[in-house]
Design a protein around this ligand. Structure first.
Ligand code: UDP
Ligand code: MG
Length: 329
């Protein structure tokens, strides 16, 4: 070994769900970029491109295995079923972190600018542990997607969740940042919200967001809403507070109703029993809503967390065995 620091080993993680249309282009572009970074002595030659097949029902896995046979930089991970984009990223990190100095996660559809990877690596060399890719224009997204995304980031901000606005899951993380991140064991992990909690020095790389190179978005409205809800409920207790406030409002109304019914009673134009009924109805209703709001939220959280279900199940791992076969140097 010479005195120079060894080049970092990079793993590029690409989650893939039914991406057979785009993968043939993606693999070429990403491999070319990786080879350029290797040639420029930015990363080690042992760096890898890891495709995580998230239970695709098309030819995605067949394509991935054929790539791994064509070039040793390619490797793959296959889920037993669809576990979702976030879990595909977590699985890629879990498997790759043991044997990488840094990781870059990027969507498989080439919407995120692959040619910016050297900037991420440069920031890594400059000592940053987390490098966020931030979209500086979202012209290519539909107006609806842009608006809902903006609304979402605003809402999350209001709910007190620190996120880097317009950062997608195009990101570089060092080994220690990834290891720290993987210590967060929540089932419903929302990466964009958790990663800022990991700490360590971080910076941003700006890039324009392109059109999907091929294929269709795997995030229909329904998935977008689920994604947003996970973000909100696993990070914020504001919905619970809202319910509680509703309870307080009911109690306030109850006070109003009490005064009203008392006045009515004093003026003598009510049926016996009506006054006490009205008062307790509103008051107790309010108190119960408050209590239920608090309990419901805690129980919901406990319910999902206590099951400790696996976040993903790997059916085939082409990454790890590869390492075992590597001759000792
Ligand atoms: N993806 C995944 N599992 C899913 C849905 C999506 O692994 O259940 C992957 C998908 O293959 C892509 C990335 O997540 O690489 C982002 O998805 P997509 O481009 O469809 O989302 P959009 O860019 O439209 O928000
Ligand atoms: Mg996309």
């Amino acid at each position: 070994m010479n005195a120079a620091k060894a080049l970092p080993k990079l793993t590029i993680i690409l989650p893939c769900y039914n991406e057979q249309e785009v993968l043939p282009i993606t693999q070429k572009v990403v491999l070319k970029q990786l080879q350029a970074m290797i040639a420029a002595h930015q990363v080690a030659d042992s760096s890898r491109i890891l495709f995580v097949n998230d239970g695709s029902s098309d030819q995605t896995w067949q394509l991935i295995t054929s790539y791994t046979q064509q070039d040793p930089h390619f490797t793959g991970l296959k889920f037993s079923r669809n576990f979702g984009h976030q879990n595909a990223l977590i699985a890629g990190m879990t498997v790759a972190v043991k044997d990488s100095d840094c990781l870059i996660t990027i969507d498989a559809d080439l919407q995120d600018d692959v040619s910016k990877m050297p900037d991420f690596i440069q920031a890594y060399h400059a000592g940053y542990d987390v490098v966020y890719g931030v979209r500086d224009s979202r012209k290519t997204d539909t107006a609806f997607k842009r608006d809902t995304a903006l609304l979402f980031y605003r809402l999350m901000g209001k709910l007190g969740v620190q996120m880097v606005p317009d950062s997608a899951d195009y990101r570089l993380m060092s080994k220690r940042a990834t290891e720290a991140f993987l210590e967060f064991k929540e089932r419903n992990l929302f990466l964009r919200g958790i990663i800022p909690l990991v700490g360590f020095p971080s910076t941003k790389v700006y890039y324009p967001r392109h059109e999907r190179a091929a294929g269709k978005s795997k995030y229909p409205l329904q998935k977008m809403i689920k994604f947003a809800m996970t973000g909100i409920t696993s990070f914020s207790i504001v919905p619970m507070t809202l319910l509680m406030n509703l309870g307080f409002l009911c109690v306030l109304i109850a006070i109003g109703v009490m005064i009203y019914t008392l006045v009515q009673k004093i003026s003598g134009n009510v049926v016996t029993g009506w006054a006490s009924l009205m008062m307790s109805l509103w008051f107790l209703g309010g108190v119960q809503l408050i209590g239920m709001g608090i309990l419901g939220d805690y129980i919901g959280k406990i319910f999902t967390e206590v099951k400790r279900r696996p976040r993903f199940i790997i059916e085939e791992d082409l990454y790890t065995p590869h390492e075992h076969q590597k001759p000792d140097k």
